[in-house]
Design a protein around this ligand. Structure first.
Ligand code: PMP
Length: 424
């Protein structure tokens, strides 16, 4: 049975997803690798709350830590706590590019602080960002991930463009939006405008135009160019952080950004985010030159959740196991797609992946717009959903694996995939 929830509810939540889902899906509860909807349907969940649930839904120790905290200590915020300092030490110990850290509540906020800090540190104004990346829902900087490509100019001399409806006028003057995975475009723009550019913000793996891996040497080139032009390199690890390993993508790939932004996986399902980086830059936050505040910043619930989540993720073998299960899924999906003779393949790294319906390799947003078959993706998504497997409904979105996914989940998923693929 489906759609027992009547229409006309006084909430815009349903409208937000209406273009994405074939029928209204109201979530009742989460349990490990599963979601249960209001009609009692069970789904193997690869959406994972848009990524945060690396430990699966309702991770026991995180839940326990939060409940204990509330019952024994209240909510506690506004003044610093020792727990906050303990969490900061854990993040610093885990992430290579982080020497000092400050907490906040969402990825969006952390990104705003990162760009504010880059501007304060360099005394420059413009920020380079990349087509197809998403850095949060703030008006001022990063509202949309879909610039109009037709207005963005040729691949090798792109222009800053307004990003979409609702974008306040003038914002684009401070942004330079480039195609990703193109070191030459970056080098050219820095050579021309380096004196005005405060920061480069990038995801180390593109996660908001599906999953796209950096080309060999691209992140290294970006690191090198940023250093040469006195530009602050910001890694937005909101998705990759704590997912590709305790040290995020920067540890996995061996690249050290100047600032890093974390959210999602950090809190094991509770809202908490962090900005960290080189001491020299973070000291502007520490000494109050750059303000980074907020009523709920580093509140006790969020900190308790994050401390418990990082302890769980830090146990021996967690990431090895997560990668192994994820590789099994990815290899299996590739085989299913190949056997069905579909123009499709997977791209991914560890528990972060994407099924691309495309006949050519996709290296950035421009390629995705040119080559990805969204219609085929749609039928694939709906077929899987009907069989009780929930992927992200967007053609350009990732599929996430959690430590709660079992080999049995993978087997059930692959059987469903085989069935769906044969009918596409
Ligand atoms: N950066 C990236 C890469 C993201 O994927 C997101 C959220 N999807 C954000 C920033 C914004 O984070 P939040 O939703 O916590 O504000």
């Amino acid at each position: 049975a489906r759609h027992v929830i009547p229409g006309g509810v006084n909430s815009t939540a349903r409208a937000q997803w209406s273009g994405w889902l074939p029928y209204p899906l109201f979530v009742e509860r989460g349990e490990g690798s599963r979601l249960v909807d209001a009609d009692g349907n069970h789904y193997i969940d690869y959406l994972l709350g848009l990524g945060p649930m690396i430990l699966g839904h309702r991770p026991r120790k995180v839940t326990r830590a939060v409940v204990d905290f509330i019952e024994q200590r209240g909510t506690v915020f506004a003044l610093p706590t020792a727990d906050e300092a303990v969490l900061a030490e854990k993040i610093v110990a885990a992430v290579p590019g982080v020497e000092q850290v400050r907490l906040c509540n969402t990825g969006t906020e952390a990104v705003l602080y990162a760009t504010r800090l880059a501007r304060a540190f360099t005394g420059k104004r413009k920020i380079i960002r990349f087509e197809g990346m998403y850095h949060g829902f703030s008006d001022g900087v990063y509202w949309s991930k879909h610039p109009p490509i037709d207005k963005a100019g040729p691949d090798h001399s792109p222009k800053a463009v307004p990003q979409g409806p609702g974008m306040p006028r003038g914002v684009e003057e401070n942004l330079i939006i480039l195609p990703w995975n193109d070191a030459q475009a970056l080098a050219d723009v820095l050579a021309k405008h380096g004196e005005e550019i405060a920061g480069i913000i990038t995801e180390p793996v593109m996660c908001n135009t599906g999953c796209i891996l950096p080309r060999h040497g691209y992140l290294e080139a970006m690191r090198d160019l940023a250093t040469r032009h006195d530009v602050v390199l910001i890694f937005d690890e909101v998705i990759t952080g704590f997912r590709l390993g305790l040290g995020g993508a920067q540890a996995r790939f061996g690249i050290r950004p100047d600032l890093s932004v974390f959210a999602k996986g950090l809190g094991g399902g509770f809202p908490v985010a962090a900005l960290g980086g080189r001491k020299e830059i973070m000291s502007l936050v520490a000494d109050g030159t750059v303000s980074m505040a907020g009523t709920y910043t580093a509140n006790g619930i969020a900190v308790a959740a994050a401390n418990a989540a990082l302890d769980e993720l830090g146990q021996d073998g967690v990431y090895g196991q997560l990668d192994a299960v994820s590789d099994e899924l990815r290899t299996g999906l590739d085989l299913v797609l190949k056997q069905a003779g579909l123009p499709a393949y997977t791209v991914g790294v560890g528990p972060l992946m994407q099924v691309w319906f495309a006949s050519k390799p996709i290296h950035n947003y421009r390629d995705a717009e040119r080559y990805a078959d969204q219609g085929l993706f749609r039928r694939w998504f709906e077929g899987m959903l009907e069989r009780g497997v929930l992927f992200h409904p967007g053609a350009y979105e990732n599929l996430f694996v959690s430590t709660a996914h079992s080999r049995e989940d993978i087997a059930v998923t692959l059987a469903a995939a085989k069935d769906v693929a044969s009918g596409l």
